[in-house]
Design a protein around this ligand. Structure first.
Ligand code: ZN
Length: 481
């Protein structure tokens, strides 16, 4: 996915997965490398501040950013090791200047999003689709970055100009006696560009196409890595939007308008993400259940940025023993949010709910998750190690610990620091506590009820909804509504 490289399929001279080899390969002048790095940093800073929340997240997830002359331009390589190194030719960046570098980096980030949303191998094998992606991505880059022209190298524009492609399309269709779409309709969605280009008698072959790094000789466009990086970037952008970041909201809505409903896969991606909340969509009979959207929304509000005071329990106890007043210490504004997820092992758990939650929480950055299972007692566990800790796998939750009853108070006592498990106290103050339960146990009022989120399984009792004080509460529904 190198930007604007000629000769599609051009083999790189170095293994793009080998970071050291890339850096060693004919290094550019140190001053050029330094200037290119400065431009890249400045561009990424602007993304984070104003221009593209999604791109900012993507690059945050691509920590290896390597200046190398082994690529002609710039490329984000999806490596099989689960990382996406950004490779950039330092001379190319210096010649582009800051505005050009921004354009190219936005373009590359958007390629990953595009690839995530349109993963169908048949589509990807179609050269017209490759060109359509370039048209679409550059159209969006021009609009979002507020440009009228493509970036220039030595006074000449570089990359595919969507307006030129549209002119060729109009001429071709007119010659066939067909009605072409106007530019705005032509570029309306990523798929309209593709569909319309295919109406041409001679769809243009990409003159300057990205080297799609699915070439077996390269690091490969590992779909799993792309999906991982992009879906977690989209989720974090969604959370930012729900926390009141207008730029994130605009960008996501825009991206959804261009892609949702234009392919089954894209719709599934958006549905799974629960991004419909941004549009105020009412539940639809889709694969996603709207309690999932609700949870994303509620979590976003609970995990809002802000300073908080922490009570250092161990040190506090020591100070108290010495006769001093316990102190609250202030942590910096940038800190991880603490999330507790507690599963009731006494009821039956719908298939997939546990794994969905695990995936959701795992994809949120800046969150430290503590997983507990409970019946009458609390048992911390790590997701993925459930069997070792005695928690049954999805779908076969039953009364395996029977006899002890269920106690929400046991969870409250533990997360509020009153009781220990195996001699360890819970040392943190959670920002949110998610309880996944059928609700059947003595009701409780936690110390900070506004932090508690109750997910009530089928046939359960949603008492927290009308408790005093009421707590965030929603029924977990599964596909069979
Ligand atoms: Zn491209």
């Amino acid at each position: 996915m190198a930007y604007g490289t000629r000769a599609a399929g051009h083999r790189p001279v170095v293994d793009l997965a080998d970071r050291r080899a890339l850096e060693r390969w004919r290094p550019a002048e140190p001053a050029v490398v330094a200037e290119a790095r400065r431009l890249k940093e400045a561009a990424l800073l602007d993304f984070g501040l104003t221009e593209s929340v999604v791109a900012s997240w993507i690059y945050a997830k691509c920590p290896h950013q390597i200046p190398t002359t082994a690529v002609e331009t710039a490329a984000v390589v999806a490596g099989g090791d689960g990382s996406c190194p950004l490779l950039y030719n330092p001379e190319f960046f210096v010649r582009l200047g800051l505005e050009g570098v921004k354009f190219v980096l936005f373009h590359e980030a958007r390629h990953l999003v595009h690839r995530h949303l349109f993963a169908d191998p048949e589509l990807r094998a179609d050269p017209v689709f490759t060109l359509a992606a370039e048209v679409s991505i550059n159209h969006v880059a021009l609009v979002r970055l507020g440009r009228t022209e493509l970036p220039q190298i030595d006074g000449r524009p570089t990359g595919v100009d969507p307006r030129e492609i549209h002119e060729d399309y109009v001429a071709d269709l007119t010659a066939q006696g067909l009605d072409p779409l106007g530019y705005d309709d032509f570029v309306e969605t990523d798929m309209t560009v593709f569909t319309e280009l295919r109406r041409m008698s001679q769809p243009p072959v990409p003159a300057a196409s990205c080297v799609h790094l699915t070439d077996p000789g390269t690091a490969g466009g590992d779909q799993e890595t792309i999906d991982e990086v992009v879906s977690s970037s989209l989720l974090n952008s969604l959370l930012a939007a729900r926390r009141g970041h207008p730029g994130a909201e605009r960008e996501l809505l825009d991206l959804m308008d261009r892609t949702d409903g234009t392919s089954e896969h894209a719709s599934r991606v958006w549905g799974r993400l629960g991004a419909g909340v941004l549009r105020g969509e009412t539940p639809r009979t889709r694969k996603v259940d709207w309690w999932q959207r609700w949870l994303v929304d509620v979590l976003a509000s609970k995990l809002r940025e802000g300073e908080r005071l922490v009570y250092p329990k161990k040190r506090g106890a020591l100070l108290a023993a010495l006769g001093h007043d316990p102190m609250l210490s202030r942590r910096g504004p940038v800190r991880d949010k603490v999330l507790v997820i507690a599963y009731d092992t006494s009821g039956s758990m719908p298939d997939g709910v546990v794994s969905w939650l695990t995936e959701l929480v795992g994809a949120i950055d800046g969150v430290v998750a503590h997983w507990l299972s409970f019946d009458a007692v609390v048992m911390p566990f790590r997701p993925g190690e459930r069997s070792e800790t005695g928690v049954p796998p999805d779908g076969v939750w039953g009364k395996v610990y029977g006899g002890g009853g269920t106690s929400f108070q046991a969870v409250a006592d533990y997360v509020e620091g009153r009781t220990a498990v195996d001699g360890d106290h819970f040392e943190e103050i959670p920002d949110a506590v998610v309880m996944l339960t059928d609700g059947y146990a003595p009701h409780i009022t936690p110390a900070e009820p506004d932090k508690w989120i109750w997910l009530i399984t089928a046939g359960g009792d949603d008492w927290p909804d009308h408790h005093t004080p009421p707590m965030a509460c929603h029924r977990v529904t599964t596909g069979d509504r």
